[in-house]
Write a protein that binds this ligand. Structure first.
Ligand code: AMP
Ligand code: GLY
Length: 422
């Protein structure tokens, strides 16, 4: 099959690696891709939000399947547009991707289908929002309704922080149209986990679980980022809690979306917090996580392309998904300064000698090649070092010794990914 993969991050590098390994793939195109992915397929420089450009490319290369990695093209309806011109695409439609594209949609949806979640209210008026902050004494979570590149959530300890978050989002339009409506939620507490399922609109299968580490610094300190590392399976889950999440959250979500006439086809990422009252939904994402894909996909023992095709054929019911009986962790090597301002185009030391080991995989995220063909760091998250082994401890040893060998003083990373105490 001729495949077009859309995206350029570590997540898409992990998807590209899995797709390239499938006997069903005859040719892989990636747009826009990154230097790590150039070894796996032919990269074409079209941005992920250029829906028309992506449709034209898919037609030109006669793609049999388009796999959509990031949320932006999904929420913008890339799948709908491709289907309209007769091209198959893996990922939800714009209507189904609203589970991620609008937090008020997903909160109202959960309320309707009795899916456990924090209490919430939404606002477009600053005075009413500030009154809610007062009512909750500032101990709350303020969220932009729409997409905000993972930056639209502020977890507040006091009134000053919550008032500032409301003002920045509603008055100063920090996230443009995405924050013209905000949510103010009850702040809940507990350990977090992410559950990944694939659905065909009726049936779903579990692909794996992971724990993401969103804060920039060790011991969960510092600002929120897109994710500084991940571990799979999620150490916070046991079979009993996982079954409860499936019964109380996953099943009613897939069924509810069907009843709403928004059949969910694709990967569904379910972020939960395990509170004293049981698991509660924190967020839905309409795609694989980044960096969670970098730990979930290397543990799959079933061809991901076959799983995607079965989802598109609405034939997941009897699909057997095999997982390796192993653990994996990924550690993100980021540009110093991330998630705030950072200097771009710093040269990354040669990493090619680490790239051929099955137990250590280096996924590229924000990298590019300069005019001298040297690898440079262009994004906040630069490389993801994934390690697969029998225990988390040995994954940690291998991943961190690889980072030591890479020896890039201009980058930084968390040293506690996979540590049991966090
Ligand atoms: P999100 O981008 O929605 O995943 O939110 C980022 C992080 O904010 C989550 O991983 C949680 O740690 C935290 N968070 C989001 N919503 C809540 C909530 N209602 N209560 C407590 N923490 C939350
Ligand atoms: N790592 C969080 C996300 O992909 O949304």
């Amino acid at each position: 099959m001729i495949i077009l993969l859309v995206g350029s991050g570590g997540r898409e590098h992990a998807i590209a690696r899995a797709i390239k390994n499938s006997p069903l793939t005859s040719k892989l195109f990636i747009t826009p891709g990154n230097p790590g992915m150039q070894k796996l397929g032919e990269c074409k420089n079209i941005p992920v939000d250029d829906i028309e450009g992506l449709c034209n490319l898919a037609k030109l290369i006669e793609a049999n399947l388009v796999i959509i990695g990031p949320e932006v093209p999904l929420v913008k309806g890339l799948k709908n547009k491709l289907n309209n011109i007769g091209i198959k695409a893996f990922g939800p439609t714009a209507e189904a991707a609203m589970l991620e594209g609008s937090k008020t949609f997903s909160r109202n949806f959960c309320k309707k289908y009795n899916i456990p979640q924090p209490t919430f209210n939404y606002f477009t008026d600053i005075e009413l929002a500030l009154a809610e902050v007062e009512k909750l004494n500032g101990y709350c979570v303020v969220k932009a309704d729409g997409l905000a590149a993972g930056k639209g959530v502020v977890v507040c300890d006091n009134k000053e922080q919550a008032q500032l978050a409301c003002e920045e989002m509603l008055n100063n339009k920090k996230f443009g149209q995405s924050s013209s409506k905000i949510l103010i939620e009850e702040r809940i507490s507990g350990r977090e986990a992410s559950i990944f399922v694939v659905s065909d609109g009726h049936d779903f299968k579990l692909l794996g679980t992971a724990q993401d580490h969103k804060r920039a610094f060790d011991n969960d300190r510092g600002p929120n980022t897109g994710g500084m590392g991940a571990v799979s399976p999620a150490p916070t889950l046991n079979q009993k809690i996982l079954q409860k999440i499936i019964k109380e959250i996953v099943e009613p979500t897939i069924k509810g979306m069907h009843l709403e006439n928004k059949n969910y086809e694709g990967i569904l990422y379910i972020g939960v917090m395990i509170t004293d009252d049981g698991p509660k939904l924190i967020e839905y994402n309409c795609r694989f996580g980044d960096p969670e894909a970098q730990v979930i996909l290397p543990l799959l023992n079933t061809d991901i392309l076959e799983i995607m095709l079965r989802s598109l054929d609405k034939n997941l019911k009897n699909c057997l998904i095999r997982l390796k009986n192993k653990k994996s962790i990924t550690v993100v090597l980021a540009n110093r300064g991330y998630p705030n301002e950072f200097e771009k185009n710093k040269i990354i030391p040669n990493i090619s000698s680490f790239e051929n080991d099955d137990d250590i995989i280096i996924f590229h995220a924000g990298t590019a090649l300069n005019s001298k063909n040297e690898l440079i760091a262009t994004g906040g998250r630069v490389l993801c070092i994934t390690s697969i082994s029998d225990t988390i401890e040995s994954c940690r040893r291998k991943a961190y010794s690889t980072i030591d060998k890479i020896n890039w003083p201009e980058g930084f990373y968390r040293k506690d990914i996979g540590k049991l105490s966090i």
